[in-house]
Design a protein around this ligand. Structure first.
Ligand code: GLA
Length: 730
């Protein structure tokens, strides 16, 4: 890790272990991007710091052809209105209604460490690696506006973390219409763009297409990251695989509206930009005020997708997730949602706990329906008081009874919501997000609370806190079941209404921070109608997030592959469902459901009091395997071996411990293919010279052989067969 400024050549150099990032001054004024890629020793890139198609002579024509130059330069961060006609990361408006802003290089600072972003989640230095930060100041003289570009790197990582601070040093207000966290201008290397898309119950499907002229935008305007689109994009060169090809990736550490954009311009330059979605956004920057953007994590890999994935996994495990549970085996939980939905009482929960303990389950999570008059999904959100018609013994006693059965106790909340049919709404109708005079559109028969207002946050958080203080509750599932619309707040005036979406996210972060401060031992799992808010921002607060409401193991292959493209397996909430599965109707063997759930936090979501003796025995066996293998999954390096997306019938992935002494491969033959006897799977990440024993057969192979020739698996006839292969170094 090294950050350096060459004063003579005016070149900034950021070095990670395997990558180099270079920028410098063009025309003695503008900060231009020169290079991002594989590590360079020779960084004399002055010749790249200019607009394309420029002869020596034309260089002196800058004033005559400034527009042409501004529009074609590879900017490090440009503002709109002075000739760069691509979508610029910054667009402002003055009190007079003018948009022009010209960012010129001013100064720089190189710091040890990495400043935290106030009120926002951010990566931090840790015992795994120190950090260095480069801050470059650009300014517009006329507006007295300063823009600080921040780049941080960690000793142990190839990621580069970027964010931007805008400071108004003038005497008039500045309206920020668009203020993104990154801009990266590069040559188009016949790139393909990959992003993650989906819907409820099928989140984060990996989707690719060639980069063509014009813009490609992936965005959310739902107030949350969303099931549909994801704040991630990567550009890959032709033939990129797990081990080959160049990959430029960006992931946004934020949980609200975002935009991820690629734009290919007339000169064959690609601009990748990412940040808060400018649609529906405007921020008023008073004189003296500053605005800080959330951060983007950029990763470059010249050895394909696998290195990119492992760089994100390690960065998030080492420098983003704060929870003390990160490196702990999480308790095997059983959640009563798909077991009972709203139809349960205290005795039913205790029955579940008793049976669960028999097979080695360690925690009971009481899901939706325990509060207010909630017997369906149409009422009572906001009334966070125990429903003593259902929990007749009271919450404290219920938790004691569950604890007495040998299980920990967890609880579900949806703190950001309010039902129109709730005492909270009857008392405070203004607490719901709404436009005066217009009935807000419902979703799941509920409204969203206006948590941009402190009194609303205090009220709801106070209720959540009182419940958590009333009993021995060790886990919270924080849910969020609808997107935001009908945007309006009684706490914001006309001029500041454009700040709503961002203030909502800041309010959410503030509430979760309070929860963690007040209950430092709490295990928090975030959730949003399944995986609608699975993002790095939420991982700063919770070490795990519910990946999807879809627990069908076949659907989970794609959902978990897309999620694990960026996020460590230890963050993915994954449970064994009942069969037929409630989302797909599919019937699969319990071992298969278990193997897929073991690639995440592991637990159950079924009525264990109705499970057959045979399945109970299998569950006990699966739980033992979880204890045996969880550390490899949680702490190891993840390798994608084969993808059902590509094979159309089988799937395999493996985790290898950091010391390479153990490898666990999970295989699933989704659909049986006749007249195809065996499948060859090449492992990865092993020590080539070491010998590995396959536990099941005791056969010994060299790491080299396993990686080059692979092993043969012969799935039996029938669909949905799955198996784990455990290799141990001799
Ligand atoms: C969401 C969650 C589910 C469950 C229900 C309860 O859909 O994703 O796991 O908690 O809400 O209403």
């Amino acid at each position: 890790m090294r950050i350096h400024f060459d004063e003579a050549k005016k070149i900034f150099e950021i070095q990670t272990n395997n990558t180099t990032y270079l920028m410098g001054l063009a025309y003695d004024r503008y900060l231009a991007h020169a290079y991002y890629g594989s590590k360079l020793e020779d960084t004399d890139v002055q010749y790249l710091l200019r607009a394309p198609y420029e002869t020596e002579f034309e260089k002196y024509w800058f004033n005559r052809e400034k527009v042409e130059k501004m529009d074609s330069l590879c900017h490090e961060y440009s503002a709109g209105g002075v000739g760069d006609f691509r979508d610029t990361p910054l667009m402002i408006r003055t009190e007079g209604g003018y948009h022009a802003c010209e960012l010129v290089y001013d100064s720089y600072e190189i710091m040890d460490g990495k400043p935290a972003l106030e009120g926002l989640p951010s990566t931090f230095p840790s015992e795994h690696g120190a950090a260095k930060t480069l801050e470059i100041c650009l300014k517009d003289e006329l507006l007295c506006l300063k823009v600080y570009l921040r780049y941080s790197v960690f000793e142990d990582s190839d990621a580069i973390i970027r964010s931007v601070k805008v400071v108004n040093e003038g005497k008039e207000k500045i309206y920020l219409e668009r203020v993104l966290s990154t801009c990266l201008d590069m040559d188009n290397e016949a790139f393909s763009l990959y992003t993650l898309h989906g819907s409820w119950a099928r989140e984060r499907d990996i989707t690719g297409r060639p980069v063509t002229e014009g813009k490609h935008i992936v965005a959310s305007l739902r107030g949350e990251t969303s099931h549909q689109n994801h704040p991630f994009m990567m550009l890959t060169t032709n033939g990129t695989s797990q081990t080959e090809g160049r990959v430029y990736a960006m992931n946004f550490v934020y949980s609200g509206n975002f935009i991820a954009e690629t734009e290919l311009n007339q000169h064959g330059y690609v601009r990748m930009s990412m940040g808060i979605n400018p649609t529906g956004f405007e921020w008023v920057l008073d004189p003296g005020a500053a605005f800080v953007t959330p951060e983007v994590v950029m990763v470059y890999s010249d050895t394909g997708l696998g290195h990119m994935t492992r760089t994100y996994h390690d960065l998030y495990r080492n420098h983003l997730i704060r929870s003390k549970y990160l490196h702990q085996k999480r308790p095997i939980l059983i959640n009563n949602w798909e077991a009972t939905y709203f139809d349960f009482d205290d005795d039913k929960l205790v029955d579940i706990a008793r049976e669960a303990h028999e097979v080695g389950i360690e925690m009971l999570v009481m899901d939706d329906g325990w509060f207010g008059k909630r017997n369906g999904d149409n009422c009572a959100l906001g009334d966070w008081f125990v429903n003593e018609e259902k929990i007749r013994c009271g919450l404290k006693k219920l938790v004691e009874r569950v604890n007495a059965e040998g299980l920990k106790f967890g609880i579900w909340f949806e703190p950001e919501m309010i039902s129109p049919d709730s005492d909270l709404f009857r008392e405070h109708p203004d607490y719901a997000i709404q436009v005066p005079g217009r009935t807000p559109a419902m979703s799941r028969e509920q409204y969203v609370l206006d948590i941009t207002r402190k009194e609303v946050r205090d009220c709801v958080y106070g209720r959540v806190k009182a419940i958590l203080e009333s009993a021995n509750i060790e886990y919270v599932k924080w849910d969020m079941n609808r997107p935001l619309c009908d945007i309006g707040s009684y706490g914001l005036d006309r001029e500041h209404m454009g700040e709503f979406y961002h203030r909502y996210v800041l309010g959410l972060y503030e509430m979760q921070e309070r929860l963690l401060q007040d209950f430092p031992n709490l295990l928090l799992e975030n959730c949003s109608g399944g995986g609608g808010r699975f993002d790095p921002g939420m991982l700063y607060y919770s070490p795990q997030i519910w990946t999807s409401d879809d627990m069908d193991p076949v659907m989970r292959l794609g959902i978990q592959e897309g999620t694990a493209l960026i996020y460590p397996l230890s963050t993915m909430g994954a449970h064994i469902c009942v069969c037929p599965n409630h989302t797909t109707g599919r019937v699969t063997p319990i071992e298969t459901r278990a193997n897929i759930a073991m690639a995440g936090t592991f637990g159950y979501e079924l009525d264990i009091t109705k499970v057959s003796e045979e399945d109970l025995e299998k569950m006990a066996a699966c739980n033992k395997l979880y204890h045996r293998y969880n550390e490899i999954m949680r702490e190891g390096d993840y390798y994608r071996i084969a993808s059902y997306r590509e094979t159309n019938y089988y799937d395999a992935f493996a985790c290898v411990t950091k010391d390479k002494k153990e490898c666990l491969m999970t295989f699933m033959n989704v659909l049986y293919r006749p007249n195809r006897q065996s499948i060859k799977l090449r492992l990865a990440g092993l020590a080539p010279d070491a010998k590995y024993r396959l536990e099941e057969t005791d056969k010994v192979y060299s790491g080299d052989l396993l990686m080059k020739a692979g092993i043969l698996v012969e799935p039996p006839m029938g669909d949905f067969f799955s198996k784990q292969y455990h290799f141990v170094m001799e």
